[in-house]
Design a protein around this ligand. Structure first.
Ligand code: ADP
Ligand code: MG
Length: 444
């Protein structure tokens, strides 16, 4: 019986994820036991509630299976211990002068945030908050949008701006994960007071990626109190999220209504012009001299996030300096292809090609894959076949199947014929080249 708690722990350690075990079971001490009862000491009330609500069954079942009968498990809360502050937590850097030396990334400023119609409103709101934090209408400010679109950048820009204006401003910036970790660790170490002090004494609280609060009720609870406290004191709160608050699952209603009570602004993926602007700016920052057509090419194909645009530039830079080669169209193409996935033809089919040829020649798609041998129709068909071979690299057989079950010699004949005509017939040469360029552009 003496070792029963150790035995239970061994079992739990095997059955639970290690972070859960380390967080919630390592700190528990055995106080006493009889053969009908086990008394365990937990660091605090919250800990007890957490264990009761999350692990009650695991503990009871494990105990029962080891002892062979039902046993009563009771908890007692350890007397509060004060542990001096360490410097490697949220309270990091709590030294001299401004004790709130926040973890701001100095590179993220308003001045290097490139504005486009996709982020104009978010940027304006962020700047307004930075200029007069705590103003009712923009409090809280919630910026939401997809990955890599500049939410974190704006959040840090606000912090940097405020700090620039007022060196003593107490700015606390944390991801919601860090907030959660700090909260849990403060509970484990009985330092909830310090936790509150740090977060609730902020002039400006910047919380990144609040979607991680989903389903973490205790943390939400804590955040709710922190939030109210600050809000009532007229302190500014800014949050980012990758989705709208109402799209978050497992968010308590009252927190949801808090999130929505201020201003919610979104950032959309950048449009073409903004992508060009971002690429040129980032290229310049990196001392990279890019021909304009390559910039357009990149902006055409890399669409989803600013982070991707940025990393394409970095990759180009790496390539050209490592292999000591000029950045020309081929290199850019290669890098873009690589970024979009392995250089294999993507997202294009014989249908796409036929469609494009049909648009250009005004011959219907049906006619192109049909059997008419009339000159303009047969020519459009042969051009389509040639392009399938050139762009998709399809086999003669496959192409034959796509074009109404023609055999491979017919396909080969079509390819040869067009190859020849390109050289001698300007009109066809031009048509095929421009179609090929068009399609290749959309391909990569
Ligand atoms: P998110 O937090 O929305 O996922 P980030 O703020 O981390 O995105 O942005 C990803 C990268 O793109 C960062 O390096 C950031 O500086 C850069 N970035 C994003 N938007 C812009 C912009 N409008 N102008 C300049 N750089 C930007
Ligand atoms: Mg981010």
């Amino acid at each position: 019986m003496d070792n029963i708690w150790s035995d239970i722990k061994v079992e739990l350690k095997e059955s639970l994820p290690s972070h859960a075990y380390n967080t919630w079971f390592e700190p528990i001490n055995l106080i006493s036991h009889t053969d009908a009862e086990l008394i365990l000491e937990v660091p605090n009330q919250f800990f007890y509630e957490w264990i009761e609500s999350h692990y009650r069954n695991e503990i009871n079942n494990t105990a029962e299976s080891l002892i062979g009968k039902n046993i009563n498990i009771k908890y007692t809360v350890a007397p509060e211990k004060r542990i001096p502050l360490e410097s490697n937590t949220a309270f990091a850097g709590k030294i001299v002068k401004n004790q709130y030396k926040p973890n701001l990334n100095r590179r993220y400023t308003f001045s290097n945030f490139i504005e486009g119609s996709n982020n104009q409103f978010a940027r304006a709101a962020a700047l307004s908050v930075a200029k007069s934090p705590g103003q009712q209408t923009f409090n809280p400010l919630l910026v939401y949008g997809g990955v890599g679109l500049g939410k974190t950048h704006l959040l840090h820009a606000i912090g940097n701006y405020i700090l620039e204006e007022k060196e003593s401003a107490r700015i606390v910036i944390a991801s919601s994960e860090k907030f959660t970790m700090d909260f849990i660790s403060s509970i484990q170490k009985n330092r909830t007071v310090d936790f509150s002090k740090t977060y609730r004494k902020a002039d400006v609280l910047l919380i990144d990626d609040i979607q991680f609060f989903q389903k973490k009720e205790q943390t939400q609870e804590q955040f709710f109190h922190t939030f109210n406290d600050l809000y009532q004191q007229g302190k500014q709160i800014v949050m980012t999220s990758d989705r709208l608050p109402q799209e978050m699952n497992g968010l308590t209603d009252r927190l949801l209504s808090r999130f929505e009570s201020g201003l919610v602004v979104d950032i959309q993926p950048p449009d073409f012009e903004t992508r060009v602007a971002i690429l040129m700016e980032k290229a310049e920052q990196n001392g990279l001299d890019l021909p304009y057509d390559t910039v357009e090419f990149m902006a055409t194909h890399i669409k989803n996030s600013v982070r991707e645009l940025e990393s394409t530039i970095i990759r180009l830079l790496a390539y050209s300096s490592l292999s000591n080669c000029e950045i020309d169209f081929n290199l850019v193409k290669k890098v873009v292809r690589e970024r979009l996935g392995n250089g294999a033809p993507i997202d294009i089919s014989a249908n796409d090609i036929v469609k494009r040829v049909s648009e250009a020649t005004k011959i219907t798609e049906k006619d192109i894959i049909g059997s008419s041998r009339r000159m303009p129709i047969a020519e459009a068909r042969q051009i389509s076949i040639y392009l399938c071979r050139e762009i998709m690299g399809s086999s003669l057989m496959d192409i034959g199947v796509q074009f109404g079950g023609r055999d491979h010699t017919t396909v080969l004949h079509a390819c040869r014929n067009i190859e020849k005509k390109i050289k001698i017939d300007k009109r066809i040469g031009y048509l095929v080249r421009s179609l090929q360029q068009d399609l290749t552009f959309s391909l990569i």
